[in-house]
Ligand binder design. Structure first.
Ligand code: BTN
Length: 257
């Protein structure tokens, strides 16, 4: 059984908590070392995007993992983190959230938290830097995020307590991390928590490919199963997933009943 013993190091300002922790990992830092910063000047998101990280507006957090599970199961680490964030927001803020594949945490249909897991080679073996950014307030959200992102403050109508959320997150990560040793439990729990797991009409864009279809579960390695209109099943392992609304045929007056 793998127990996680977090040890928190705090910084006022860093380019990126993931980058700082990768450096410490290369120098031999043990599993559980955690970095928290008040602001990031070069915060990073998935798919090489920037992660806006103004001072005091978010929880900017990275934890070092040295997983012993087989590497083909490592995509489930972000599923595990999404489950832990969902529990932490429920326990610390009484906030129920959804998970959009693979690991965006949503409140309503807007993003409240992003997760970036990066695998790196270190002298002590391959490791994972698990970075989590939770929007606490929308102070200084860039205008283009206004309709796409939300914050704990907006979702709960209360001022969030960063320390309480951090303490909950450390607890819930320690609770979920050992479950990775039973990958099926992570997949089942993720599928129960995510409205994207089953029956959601989505568009997936992955580089040049754009697919539309209805989600129909996840594979044991975390790939999203998508049934296209021709009945073909596509397995999605990377890319962006957007919920789309079905377009109903227009009913004219003569056709209505
Ligand atoms: C995403 O694109 O949704 C992932 C965003 C991850 C942001 C967090 S904030 C803490 C850590 N440090 C970073 O530079 N990125 C992650």
């Amino acid at each position: 059984m793998t127990f996680l013993k977090p040890k928190v190091l705090r910084f006022e300002s860093l380019p990126s908590t993931n980058t700082k922790l990768a450096r410490l990992a290369a120098e031999g830092a043990p599993e559980g070392v955690t970095i928290v910063a008040d602001e990031q000047t070069a915060g990073r998101g998935r798919l090489q995007r920037a992660w806006s990280s103004p001072k005091g507006a978010g929880l900017y957090f990275s934890i070092l993992l040295r997983p012993t599970i087989p590497q083909h199961c490592w995509p489930l680490i972000t599923f595990m983190a999404a489950l832990a964030v969902g529990d932490a927001l429920r326990e610390a803020c009484e906030l129920e959230t959804d998970i959009k594949w693979p690991n965006d945490i949503l409140s309503g249909e807007r993003k409240i938290c992003g997760i970036l897991a990066e695998a790196i080679d270190t002298p002590a073996g391959r490791a994972v830097i698990l970075g989590i950014g939770i929007n606490l307030t929308q102070n200084a959200f860039p205008p283009e995020l206004a309709n796409l992102a939300t914050s704990v403050s907006e979702a709960t109508g209360r001022a969030p307590d960063r320390e309480q959320i951090l303490a909950s997150l450390l607890n819930t990560l320690a609770r979920w991390y050992p479950v990775l040793e039973v990958p099926g439990q992570i997949v089942d729990a993720w599928s129960n928590r995510s409205s994207y797991a089953l029956g959601k009409l989505v568009q997936v864009s992955n580089g040049d490919d754009v697919w539309q279809g209805t989600t129909c579960g996840v594979e044991p390695d975390g790939a999203l199963r998508l049934r296209t209109s021709s009945g073909e099943i596509k397995l999605v392992r990377a890319g962006d997933v957007y919920s789309i609304r079905p377009s109903y045929p227009q009913i004219t007056q003569n056709e209505s009943v």
